[in-house]
Design a protein. Sequence first.
Length: 179
Amino acid sequence: MGSGSTELRDRPRSAVRERFDLLVREVAKFGAVGALGTVVNFGVSNLLWHTTSLQAVRANVIATVVAIACNYVGFRYFTYRDRDKSARTKELTLFLAFSFVGLIIENGVLYAAIYGFGWDSPVQRNVFKVLGIGIATLFRFWSYRSWVFRALPARETVASAESFLDTEPERPRPTHRVS
């Protein structure tokens, strides 16, 4: 067994490592955009809670909608900028639909805390807001990645298919004798 067999054996490992590295970068970018959206969400909700007479969950819904708008820009032009852009209307529709589900999750947790358990102090609101955002974030990451910002065909898949063609053994050419 020469170095060629070692190279073949290491290819799956390096492909797995490359996919893992891509996922780590995607999670980091998603987290950066999400962190900014969370700051916007908390800022708007706390501003509304302390300066208006809106009910807590209504104010939080407004804050979540503002954060969703900020997040779309961040996801489209930063996190998923290399993804398919051919169907923007469909992408935006799916983004809004899945964001709405995330909004229900986030605000459902806050609603249950306030109206189900009577936990309505400013600290309790923020604690349950964190919990709701956390659960909704897991859902959003999965749905945005799987359905909204679809990946283009993987370049490494094409490259490995082409390299397979290059490593195929040559077939002997038939020789024709002219008599």
